[in-house]
Ligand binder design. Structure first.
Ligand code: SF4
Length: 353
C-alpha cells in the first residue's frame, strides 16, 4: 500500500480516490476575484486548489481566502522559503516547493519545521525545465532517469529531516519522457504521486497530450492525485480531468455520454444537440457525485434506425426524427418533443433522476 497524506479534508494516496486538482490563474492578492474562481473550480468538481504565492501579500491573503472557501488550498512557492512559511502560518493546507530552488538546507529545514508544526504535507515538485544542472550533465540531457533522480534526491532531503508527509510530482511536457520517469519513480518510492503533463498547451492540444499522458499513467496504476494543465480557464482543466477519470472507469458517479456519428438519415441538428447535452452534463455530474449516485449512460442518437435501440439501452436518451426527438428513460418511451425542446427535456430527465 502506498503512503498517504492529508491535504485539508482530502486524502492523497493509500488507496484513496484519485483527487482532481487545479490552479487559479488570477492574482492571489485579489481576494474577491480569487475566491470567485476557487468557488467556480469547486462547483466544477475540483477537490484541491493551488495558488501562486509570488510575494508576502499573496502569502498573507491565504488567511482571508481560507475564510471564504472550504476546499483545501495549496501554496505554490518558488525560491523564497519565507513565503512558504508565511503561507503555512496563514492556513495553507499544503505547500508545493522545489527544494532545489529554495536554497540552503537551513531554509528547507525552516519550511519543513513550519509544515510539521501545522501537520500539513509538502509536495516536492520537479519539472523537466528546472532540472539540476549536474543531473542534466551526468545524464547527457533531460532524461527520465534524471527526473526520477532529482525527485528522489529532494525527497531524501526532507526524509533526513524526519519528515514523511510528502507528495512527489515530476512533470515534463514530453508525454513519453513523463511516462518513463513515472514508471521509474513508482518503483522507487512509496510516497503518493501527483501526476500531470506540464505546459501541455492550449485547450485543444493540451487535452490530447493530457489524455494520453495522464490516462496512460492511470491505466498503469500510477498516480494518486492529478492536474490537467491547460492554457486558459482552469475550470476547463477540471472538466477535462473528470472526463479522463470517467473514460477509464475511475469515477463511479460519472455520466457516460454516447452519441452517434450522424449520417444521411439524420434530420435534426444532432451535433448541436450532443454538444449542448455534453455541456449540461458537466454541471450535473459533480452534483450527482456529491450525492453518491451511481453512474448512468445518456444516448443522443440521430435517427429511428439505430437510435431507439441505443437510447433504450441507455438510462436516458433521445432518438431523432424529422425535426423532433423521441425521449427514453430506463428503456421506456417518455414522450416525443420538437427539436427545439430536445436538450431541455432530456436534461430535465437526467437532473431529476
Ligand atoms: Fe445514422 Fe441513425 Fe446511425 Fe445516427 S443512429 S449514424 S443517424 S443510422
Amino acid at each position: 500500500m502506498r503512503k498517504s497524506v492529508r491535504c485539508g479534508n482530502i486524502i492523497i494516496g493509500g488507496g484513496a480516490p484519485i483527487s482532481i486538482q487545479s490552479m487559479t490563474n488570477v492574482d492571489t492578492r485579489d481576494v474577491k476575484n480569487v475566491t470567485e474562481q476557487i468557488r467556480a473550480l469547486e462547483e466544477a468538481g475540483c477537490e484541491i486548489v493551488r495558488l501562486a504565492v509570488p510575494d508576502m501579500e499573496a502569502a498573507e491573503a491565504f488567511s482571508l481566502i481560507k475564510k471564504n472557501v472550504k476546499i483545501p488550498l495549496v501554496a505554490d512557492i518558488h525560491f523564497d522559503y519565507r513565503l512558504a512559511i508565511a503561507a503555512i502560518k496563514n492556513g495553507a493546507d499544503k505547500v508545493r516547493i522545489n527544494p532545489g530552488n529554495i536554497g540552503s538546507v537551513d531554509r528547507i529545514k525552516a519550511v519543513v519545521e513550519a509544515a510539521k508544526e501545522r501537520n500539513i504535507p509538502i509536495r516536492v515538485g520537479v519539472n523537466s525545465g528546472s532540472l539540476e544542472k549536474d543531473i542534466v550533465k551526468k545524464n547527457g540531457g533531460v532524461t527520465a532517469e534524471g527526473l526520477a533522480e532529482s525527485a528522489l534526491h529532494n525527497v531524501k532531503l526532507l526524509e533526513d529531516m524526519d519528515f514523511d508527509d510528502i507528495v512527489i510530482s515530476l512533470k515534463s511536457s514530453n508525454v513519453r519522457l513523463n511516462y518513463e520517469a513515472h514508471k521509474l519513480i513508482f518503483k522507487q518510492t512509496q510516497h503518493p504521486l501527483h501526476i500531470g503533463i506540464t505546459e501541455s498547451g492550449t485547450v485543444n492540444s493540451g487535452k490530447l497530450k493530457s489524455a494520453i499522458g495522464i490516462g496512460g499513467l492511470l491505466l498503469a496504476g500510477i498516480g494518486d492525485t492529478m492536474r490537467v494543465s491547460l492554457t486558459g480557464d482552469p475550470v476547463k482543466e477540471v472538466f477535462f480531468a473528470r472526463d479522463i477519470l470517467k473514460s477509464i472507469g475511475i469515477r463511479s458517479s460519472g455520466i457516460n455520454l454516447i452519441s452517434c456519428p450522424t449520417c444521411g438519415r439524420t434530420k435534426v441538428d444532432l451535433e448541436s444537440i450532443a454538444l449542448q447535452v455534453e455541456e449540461a452534463v458537466k454541471k450535473i455530474e459533480p452534483l450527482r457525485e456529491a450525492k453518491g449516485l451511481p453512474p448512468i449512460t445518456v444516448a443522443v442518437m440521430g435517427c429511428v434506425v439505430n437510435g431507439p435501440g441505443e437510447a433504450k439501452e441507455a438510462d436516458f436518451g433521445v432518438a431523432g426524427g424529422d425535426g423532433k426527438g423521441v425521449l427514453f428513460a430506463k428503456g421506456e418511451i417518455v414522450k416525443t418533443v420538437s427539436e427545439s425542446m430536445i436538450v431541455d427535456e432530456l436534461v430535465n430527465l437526467i437532473s431529476n433522476c
